[in-house]
Ligand binder design. Structure first.
Ligand SMILES: NC(=O)C1=CN([C@@H]2O[C@H](COP(=O)(O)OP(=O)(O)OC[C@H]3O[C@@H](n4cnc5c(N)ncnc54)[C@H](OP(=O)(O)O)[C@@H]3O)[C@@H](O)[C@H]2O)C=CC1
Ligand SMILES: Nc1c(N[C@@H]2O[C@H](COP(=O)(O)O)[C@@H](O)[C@H]2O)[nH]c(=O)[nH]c1=O
Ligand SMILES: [Zn+2]
Length: 341
């Protein structure tokens, strides 16, 4: 790794600290380097709070050193008045002569304007250091701003013989756990990383899921239920408070959203979520719901939890083709992360 990459690597580590608190803002970290030594660090903790650059600059004990320093930041410094004033103005005001950036901020309000502002002030700017890593870190935020849609993750658990739920009698209700209990910390962490979580009508009827993050400290996602014929009564846990949206062909109350009946219904659902400011969506099931998103090409990554036991018969897991991006064991479960080919 080059020296630049090492400092940007540190920015990415710092950015990571905001993972569960900073959305809908991106994760950002910054370090200030003076004569080869890191003299201050910062990261963006929560929306409305100071940006990474502001935190790092405020932590420099001797502000005179800023005039001979380089600030490394994992995202292009902002140029607009959002909830806080522009970081590029602060960098200019403090007389920092050099800025090194991992990736651009594709938020339309910035998107190169921060870099242009710094350069216009005579500051030397370099960009694209560990860019792929920075794009991966903020993939949800970037997809939302570049493609005007939420980033879509799929997740399900299946037996070794690719069954998602064993055969049941019609009246047999409740969750059948396929993954190991220890895996719940991982799945609830995944829920905490996403702003919304979606399930189909039958999963609500059969499992009555909570869809919360009780095994991990983080904010519960907005619950989204696909209930085209408005069949579900209010007794289900997904409707326990106002933190839900029901997509259906009729809209009766403030939490209902219209689901079109044409072949584009899922694309228009995704558009509605974008309009509501949802940057990331986790689809948990069941098989029918997951398959309809896969068939529509509406997915960015899929988390498949593969248990070590067979179920022999039951509901077949979705059919998906993708490339394995990541793979690891959690106890007896094998966790795979797939990305589209
Ligand atoms: N192992 C695991 O990880 C998981 C297992 N499960 C299990 O899966 C089972 C349920 O799965 P499954 O039977 O496939 O049902 P789903 O939970 O996927 O629900 C299917 C229903 O949702 C609605 N729906 C889904 N996709 C669309 C779409 N594209 N457009 C319109 N409506 C749509 C339809 O409702 P309607 O019929 O009203 O039109 C459809 O019949 C349960 O037994 C549950 O336990 C569930 C989640 C995860
Ligand atoms: N069966 C199964 C899962 N099922 C998913 O979890 C939901 C239950 O969520 P909650 O009520 O919050 O615990 C259920 O409806 C379905 O979406 N998940 C897994 O990680 N492994 C499993 O074996
Ligand atoms: Zn800023």
């Amino acid at each position: 790794m080059s020296q630049d990459e090492l400092y940007i690597q540190r920015c990415l580590e710092l950015a990571e600290k905001g993972r569960y608190t900073v959305a809908p803002n991106p994760m950002v970290g910054a370090v200030i380097v003076h004569q080869g030594k890191i003299i201050a660090e910062g990261y963006h903790h929560h929306p409305g709070g100071p940006h990474a650059e502001v935190v790092a600059i405020s932590r420099v004990k001797n502000p005179e050193l800023l005039k001979e320093s380089c600030i490394y930041v994992s995202l292009e410094p902002c140029s607009h008045f959002g909830k806080t004033p522009p970081c590029s103005d602060l960098i200019i005001e403090k007389g920092i002569p050099e800025v090194v950036i991992a990736s651009r901020d594709y938020n339309a309000e910035v998107n190169g304007k921060g870099i242009a502002k710094l350069q216009a002030a005579g500051i030397k700017v370099r960009e694209g250091i560990l860019e792929a890593e920075a794009l991966e870190l903020n993939r949800r935020f970037f997809t939302f701003h570049r493609e005007n849609r939420p980033y879509i993750s799929l997740k399900w658990a299946q037996s070794a013989d690719s069954i998602m739920d064993p055969d049941r009698e019609a009246q047999e209700k409740g969750i059948h756990w396929i993954s190991q209990p220890e895996t719940q910390v991982f799945t609830h962490r995944l829920r905490a990383e996403n702003q919304a979580i979606l399930v189909g009508r039958k999963t609500v009827e059969i499992d009555n899921p909570s869809l919360d993050c009780r095994a991990f400290e983080g904010s519960d996602p907005l619950r989204i239920v696909l209930d085209p014929s408005y069949q579900l009564g209010s007794e289900y846990r997904v409707f326990r408070d106002q933190n839900y949206l029901r997509f259906s062909r009729k809209a009766e109350n403030e939490r209902d959203r219209l689901l079109e009946s044409n072949s584009d219904s899922l694309s228009s659902l995704i558009k509605t979520l974008y309009d509501e400011g949802i940057q990331s969506l986790l689809i948990e099931g069941g098989a029918h719901t997951l398959q309809s998103f896969i068939d529509a090409g509406l997915w960015d990554e899929a988390w498949i939890i593969k248990a070590s036991h067979n179920l022999k018969s039951g509901l077949p897991a979705p059919k998906i083709s993708g490339q394995i991006y990541d793979e690891f064991k959690l106890g007896k479960d094998l966790i795979q992360n797939l990305r589209p080919l």
